[in-house]
Design a protein. Structure first.
Lengths: 77, 551
């Protein structure tokens, strides 16, 4: 099954930072919401060459998977 | 009598209507409630005030602070007499010496506790849970009901493998034995996390546990009558529903109480929260004990231009500048008239947001007096506009001006009130003692009364008291506390229902290592007694009483 980004919005996380919540829509019409921490969001924006959050709409879910993996695998300190 | 509290309006914690009475105390216990004719060594006039059981804060991270401040300031002055530290799979024990810096990294990443507070405020003279409890008991003003962190159990038993794989049956058995010892030393339960990441953005150790491991640990909780606390995927309704079902099965299988935190009610998830509460109610009806924790305060977001904030992700020029320029590049763009004009033009559509931003923190003397003001107010003073003020202040402060976007979520007062009132909701999730550089995690109890009892008139003072006293005491198995009745421990909060509030937030340097944090001074709380002794008095401040217990 495939999925794509159908909506993006900002949300307040409990750590006092803004997070990006991405809505994925699946082939069967199902939806899920994935919050992305700033580090992951920045990687995702770069991967998708997105200038603004709206540019993420229509992108494949695989970009989110890859951005999460890249963030997990990067040593930040 | 040692102490008599006279003429107070008693909210006894059970939810029954207020009544006027005196409360007599001998040693650490309430001995009489009614019209008391005799005299006491110490008399407190509570005329016109509410007299209630001391408040219980069930979700805190005061683990480190208790090592240098046994009062967990400013918790007590907000009426709290018992705190539950050790949430979210993170406690400070049991902890072997070789894992100390690893744990500091996790506390820093997840709870924003500064490294320096640990290096300068903590003498690492314990390893076992028993030793940690003995250590904090030396100077304890507040009662502590400590959780033991699942990630700590894993680190102790599995060392570095705790962060890479499931446990073997032998390791699970060792963890169960270790948990039993922690409970024998005073732990009220186990905390675990399904979501948190460490300082390298790797999952915390508890996230590598398989269901067999959780079963093995819940068996210990079952045998000892203790509780399981969980941080769930609070940002996703479907995953939250799945976790509620999982916790319900654990609760029924092992006859244990479980709690998950936090549950937020934002504008875009109201239907999701309804579905979550419907599931909680259904599972509770089955006999499971699954308590979602809901905080009272709205969510605030802080930012500066030193770190790229997602608040600007809908503004391409701003986002690109923050994301792909360094410190000097951002400053240069702000100082370049043409670039600045383009930035201002792009962001001007969001002027309502910039207007209500508050200046939180600056480094220069000349701007210090502006801290706490909205950008609209500063703009008026400077004959400018809020957006230009935000840029100007950032230049003047070398990008180290910090701004606050207040009330960005969990801020629909009436909807949050409806949620807080629900019988299957536990009021909690304050995160007391954590996130100290971003916002204040103190005063949620004052906010409960000022916002939801007084301003919104959405709940009675009796119900509000019940939700933060007898209810958490019963859920957490905290015996002889949470109600005002003869024979119970005299943990008592006296407050003025007309003025109690969380106070203004401010930035103060009182953390070891010359560290800062955001705090709030309580308003309207007259006295707080812990085990019969006055721990805080509105006029005289904190006392020398050290009557806090491990409960």
């Amino acid at each position: 099954m495939s999925a794509w980004v159908s909506d993006v919005r900002l949300a307040a996380a409990h750590e006092g930072v803004a997070e990006l919540v991405v809505t994925l829509t699946y082939d069967n019409g199902g939806e899920s919401h994935i919050p992305l921490a700033p580090e992951v969001s920045h990687i995702l924006m770069t991967r998708c060459a997105a200038a603004s959050a709206q540019d993420l709409i229509g992108q494949s879910w695989t970009h989110i998977r890859d951005a999460l993996s890249e963030a997990y695998n990067s040593e930040i300190r | 009598m040692d102490t008599i509290i006279r003429n107070g309006m008693i909210a006894d914690g059970t939810g029954k209507p207020l009544f006027t009475a005196d409360i007599g105390i001998i040693n650490d216990r309430i001995v009489e409630i009614g019209a008391i004719t005799g005299q006491a060594n110490h008399e407190i006039d509570a005329s016109g005030k509410i007299v209630s059981p001391g408040f219980i804060d069930p979700h805190t991270h005061f683990d480190a602070q208790l090592l240098w401040d046994g009062a967990a300031k400013p918790a007590i002055e907000h009426g709290i007499t018992t705190i539950v530290p050790g949430n979210c799979s993170l406690s400070l024990a049991p902890l072997k010496a070789e894992h100390r810096m690893k744990l500091v990294g996790m506390f820093n990443q997840i709870e924003e506790m500064p490294h320096k507070a640990f290096s300068e405020g903590v003498t690492w003279d314990w390893e076992t849970f028993e030793e940690y409890i003995e250590r904090i008991q030396r100077d304890l003003s507040i009662n502590v009901a400590p959780l033991v962190g699942h990630s700590l159990l894993r680190l102790w038993v599995m060392s570095d493998a705790a962060m890479s794989r499931a446990a073997t049956p032998e390791e699970i058995s060792d963890m169960a034995d270790l948990l039993s010892r922690c409970i024998a030393a005073g732990a009220v339960g186990l905390s675990t996390s399904f979501v948190d990441m460490d300082e390298r953005l790797q999952p915390v150790p508890s996230r590598y546990a398989c269901t067999t491991e959780l079963d093995g640990l819940c068996k210990v909780l079952s045998e000892t009558g203790k509780l399981l606390q969980v941080v769930h995927e609070f940002y996703d309704t479907d995953l939250t529903l799945a976790r509620i079902d999982q916790l319900a099965e654990l609760s029924l299988k092992f006859d244990i109480t479980t709690t998950l935190s936090p549950l937020f009610l934002n504008a875009d998830n109201q239907e999701g929260v309804q579905a979550i509460m419907k599931r909680v109610d259904a599972q509770m009806q089955r006999g499971a004990r699954v308590w979602p924790q809901v905080q009272t305060r709205p969510i605030d977001i802080s930012f500066s231009f030193a770190v790229p904030s997602l608040l600007f992700i809908r503004l391409p020029s701003w986002y690109a500048l923050m994301r792909f320029s360094d410190h000097d590049g951002i400053k240069a763009a702000f100082e370049d008239p043409a670039k600045r004009a383009a930035l201002v033009q792009e962001a001007s559509a969001m002027m309502p947001l910039w207007s209500v931003l508050t200046l939180r923190r600056v480094n220069t003397e000349k701007n210090a007096h502006l801290v706490g003001q909205t950008l609209a107010a500063i703009a008026s003073e400077r004959d400018s506009n809020p957006l230009d003020v935000m840029i100007d202040l950032s230049i003047e402060e070398d990008l180290d001006a910090h701004f606050l976007a207040a009330s960005m979520g969990h801020n629909d007062d009436l909807a949050v009130a409806d949620l807080l009132k629900q019988p299957n909701v536990m009021i909690g999730a304050s995160d007391g003692g954590a996130h100290i550089l971003s916002f204040s995690t103190y005063g949620d109890t004052g906010y409960l009364f000022s916002k939801f009892v007084r301003d919104c008139a959405a709940m009675s003072v009796e119900l509000a008291v019940q939700k933060i006293t007898s209810e958490p005491a019963e859920i957490w198995g905290i015996a002889e506390r949470g109600q005002l009745k003869p024979g119970f421990i005299a943990d008592i909060t006296i407050f003025d229902a007309a003025t109690i509030a969380r106070g203004e937030e401010y930035y103060v340097q009182d953390v070891p290592g010359e560290g800062f944090r955001y705090v709030r001074d309580a308003q309207g709380v007259s006295q707080v007694l812990i085990s019969g002794a006055v721990a805080y008095d509105q006029t005289y401040g904190y006392s020398e009483a050290r009557t806090g217990k491990i409960v």
